[in-house]
Each structure stands twice: as C-alpha cells, then as structure tokens.
Design a protein around this ligand. Structure first.
Ligand code: COA
Length: 477
C-alpha cells in the first residue's frame, strides 16, 4: 500500500506545520512525484515547528526499539519553550533506535528515532523527513539504488550530556513510570516531568503524583518548592538544579531585555468607577451569562483601555528594529494591538497574547482571556497563543504588591504592571472623607525611543478610560 509520508504532530500542530510549507524548507532535489519502496533504516527528523523553536525536551516516549508503528502512531511527547506536543510517526515500520532519553533536549532538524520504514513512500517526503543514517548509507537503499546524503551530528543516547556534574532534572526517570502512574498524571492533569520521583532511581510513584497535585491545588507552586532540597545540614550544601523550560525561556527573554534601557512611570488610579460598572455588569452576567462569561474581572476593561489609548499613541505598539541596508535603528509600527497578558501558571510565568484587541469588545476579551487562562493552567498553550505580542499587561495585584517594575521584552517598547487594588480613605470635592478604591499602574518603556512625556500622556489616557470606563464606549469600533 502506498504510504503518504509527512512529518507530523498532533492535529493542532499539524495545521501549524502544514502552514510552514515544508517543501520550501527541505527542497526535493529531483522529482516531486516518485513513489518507491523504502525498506530502509532512516533517521526520522524532529521537524521544525516554527516560531524559532530550535529544541524540545523529550517528556516521554510511547515507543521503544523494535516496536512496530503505523502511520500516525504516537512516538513521544516533547515540551518546547512554548508548548507541549505529541510527535507521531509519518511512517509505518519498526523503530530501531531512540536518539534521546526522556529528559534530554532534542534538536529540531536532527534525528529523533531511527525507523525501518516499510512500504511505498514518495521520494520527496522521504528526503524531507529523514536523512540517511550515520555510517549506514548502505542500509539507506531504495529500489532505485543507494542514496548518499550528509549525516547530521546527533546527540545520541550514548553521548554523555554536557553537564554531568549537575543533579539530574526532576522526572529524569519519568519514562520508567508504570502505565498506572502515567494514567494518573493524565487524570490529574500534571506533567510527569515536573515531579521529583521518590521511587528507585527517582522513579515517579503514584504517591508523588498525588502529593504534587495536592500542592498545586492548594495554591502552592510545586515546581518552585524544590521540596527535596537538603535543609538544616551541619555544613553548607549547594545543590545545582537545571532550569525548567519556562525558566530557560525566561532567562533568554530577560537577558535580551537587558539591552533595553528602561524607565519607570507610575501613577495611582481611582478604581471606584470601574468597580461600580463591573459590579453592575456582573449582576447581569450572573443571571444570563454571555459568550460563556458569567463574571468579568478588571483585566478585560484595562486591556481594552490600553488598546483604545494605542490609537492615540501608536508608537507604544511599535518595535525597534534596524534598517537592513543601513543598519540604522527604525521603529516598526503594527496595525494590530496584540496584547500579551502575563500569567502565573503551575509551570511559571507565561505570556499568552490576546490578538487584535481593537476588534474585540470587553466580553470577547474576557472570553479570550479565560480560554488562554485555562490552556495556561493545563500547560496546553500553543506557540501561536504565545507569540506575536506588541505590548504587555502584567496584573500582579491579584497576588499582591502595590508597585511593580515590569520589564519590557524584545519586539515591544512598553509594558504595564498593575498593583493590588486597595480601599483607602480619601477626600471628596467637599473635603468629606470617603472610601476609594485605588490601584497603582506602573509603566516601563524603552527609553531609546519612548520619552517620559509620551509615556505620561499615554498613561493619562489609559487612566482616563479606567477611571471613567463609560467614556470608552465612544471609542469602541
Ligand atoms: N488587585 C486586587 N484584586 C485583583 C486584582 C488586583 N490588581 N486583579 C484581580 N483581582 C481579583 C479579581 O477581581 C478576582 O477577585 P473577585 O473574583 O473577588 O473579583 C481575583 O483577584 C482573581 O482574579 P483573576 O482570576 O486572577 O483574574 P484577572 O483577570 O484579574 O487576572 C491573570 C488573570 C491570569 C492575569 C492572573 O490570574 C495572573 O496570573 N496574574 C499574575 C501575573 C504575573 O505573574 N505577573 C508578574 C509577571 S513578572
């Protein structure tokens, strides 16, 4: 039976993958339509999933050497900086070698498994998705003869990892967990690689999974708790742990942010008006939910206010780049307001993006926020959800803190940090003491291109909309 061969992921990623137009990335050298019997042991490459992702951590394998796989069978689950993805086989055949162990980083474009491909396949697909095995060119034969192609450097499982002196990452032996434990992790929606196993060689046990889920559900952040670190030792013991994927991504992003000269502008916002409006709207939504929303938080209003202000100050929606011919710095303005929202998730800080906010009303922003929050909580945000931001809002106030000094990220020039809403005594126009709801807004901006006056004016516009949310109605499109 002829086989159609594609490199593939789960259906969500397959769509993203298709849009990458793989034939451009791996141009077939000759014919586009030749089918052939492969009968070859080929390294199956980890394909490009776009968004600049260059490597992924192998979370778990679903196959082992000598396992028979059909097309679309799951091979493994990988976790990139941005999302977790199930990789499935594009070939029917027999797995001959796994190039990585669970817990290792697999490189995009490098062999993931060696597979003894069985069946007819299109030549260009074979070329695009595999490469001849190292030292096994003689095996990489088709019925048209032997193919020779460059072999890629592979970090095989025989190669010791670079940092052997580092304590093994959590869940290093997760791949050895029993099916019952795996089943439990799925049931409780936890990532086995986040769990420090207490079984032999660090194997994850059922109890570990229950403990982890309990900590998570009680509001603790198990990934940050480092519960197995030694304490109260007679001498100082230093324990090295690798960064989690989220931390590694944060490390890269924040290191790039160091090149941006920041300034901070903070102001106090009266939340009394928006609190009243929100209470009124929430009464209605409680009776008849709309768009699946039965309650609004403050954030959708603030996000909308930022977007409306961006019409007057589009510079805050721009990014800094350099002209390709002269290398001179330029501002690249963007037509869509794609507002990143910092989220505290079980795996750490993630910033999914609400796209094209100017085209959304407060309810649709709330619905999108809620969708992204649910995906973030279960570690299922896609690369698409996590990219394309043009400005960021970070509401730390629901956790605590009056002020925050947020950090501008690459490809953006401003970020808004929201502190905790507080009830304070204040004077009204008649000098009477009244209760007010106050919240601090802290803006950080890229001082190379944004000056303090521009930031202050734009922040004033946002303040106006938040303090008098009804006025936003006039600006809605
Ligand atoms: N001050 C006081 N209370 C606040 C608040 C603030 N700034 N922001 C939200 N709240 C309240 C909400 O009103 C809600 O309470 P209620 O139901 O009694 O009205 C409660 O906190 C929970 O709100 P939440 O579900 O968090 O909704 P949200 O839309 O305000 O925020 C997230 C959603 C995802 C942004 C938020 O949960 C989050 O993760 N914040 C942390 C962001 C972060 O880590 N930033 C730091 C980056 S370095």
């Amino acid at each position: 039976m002829p086989l159609q061969i594609y490199s593939r992921f789960s259906s969500r990623h397959w769509r993203a993958y298709k849009s990458l137009n793989i034939s451009k990335q791996f141009p077939p050298s000759r014919s586009f339509h030749t089918s052939r019997r492969a009968q070859a042991i080929k390294p199956f490459l980890l394909a490009d999933i776009g968004e600049g992702i260059r490597e992924c951590e192998i979370i778990q394998w679903f196959v082992e050497p000598e396992a028979r796989v059909e097309e679309w069978d799951k091979l493994c689950e990988v976790q990139s900086d941005k999302a977790s993805v199930e990789i499935t086989s594009r070939f029917a055949g027999v797995i001959k070698k796994l190039h990585y162990e669970a817990g290792e980083m697999a490189k995009v474009g490098k062999p993931l498994v060696d597979i003894d491909i069985q069946g007819e396949i299109k030549k260009e697909d074979l070329e695009a998705l595999t490469e001849p095995s190292a030292g096994e060119e003689s095996q990489a034969q088709t019925n048209e003869g032997t193919e020779s192609a460059p072999t890629a450097p592979v970090q095989s499982k025989d190669t010791p990892p670079e940092s052997e002196n580092i304590s093994p990452p959590k869940g290093k032996h997760a791949a050895l967990a029993t099916p019952a434990v795996r089943h439990l992790t799925k049931e409780l929606d936890v990532n086995i690689m986040d769990i420090q196993g207490t079984g032999r060689d660090g194997r994850v046990l059922k109890d570990d999974v229950h403990q982890f889920a309990k900590l998570r559900d009680s509001g603790g952040s198990p990934s940050k708790q480092a519960s197995n670190l030694p304490v109260n030792t007679p001498t100082q013991i230093e324990t090295i742990t690798p960064l989690s994927n989220t931390q590694a991504q944060m490390f890269k992003t924040m290191t790039k942010s160091l090149t941006i000269p920041h300034f901070l502008y903070a102001d106090e916002i009266d939340f009394s008006g928006i609190s009243d409006l929100r209470s009124r709207l929430n009464k209605g939504l409680a009776k008849s939910p709309t768009n699946g929303i039965n309650k609004l938080s403050f954030l959708p209003f603030i996000i909308k206010a930022v977007s409306v202000a961006l019409y007057q100050y589009p510079m805050l929606n721009a990014r800094v780049d350099s002209e390709s011919s002269t290398g001179k710095p330029v501002l690249v303005h963007r037509s869509q307001h794609n507002i990143g929202v910092a989220m505290d998730t079980p795996s750490g800080l993630l910033v999914p993006v609400i796209k094209n906010v100017s085209a959304l009303n407060v309810l649709s922003i709330a619905a999108e926020l809620s969708r992204l929050q649910a995906l973030a909580a279960s570690g299922k945000l896609s690369a698409q959800d996590l990219t394309g931001g043009t400005i960021t809002v970070s509401n730390i106030g629901n956790i605590g803190g009056t002020y925050v000094s947020p950090v501008v990220v690459e490809k953006e020039v401003a970020i808004l940090g929201i502190g905790k809403i507080r009830r304070i005594p204040a004077f009204d126009d008649e000098d009477e003491v009244i209760a007010k709801q106050i919240c601090n807004f802290s803006w950080s901006a890229d001082h190379r291109v944004i000056d303090g006056a521009t930031m202050a004016r734009a922040a004033e516009v946002v303040r106006g909309f938040v303090e008098d949310p009804d006025s936003m109605v006039m600006h809605l499109r």
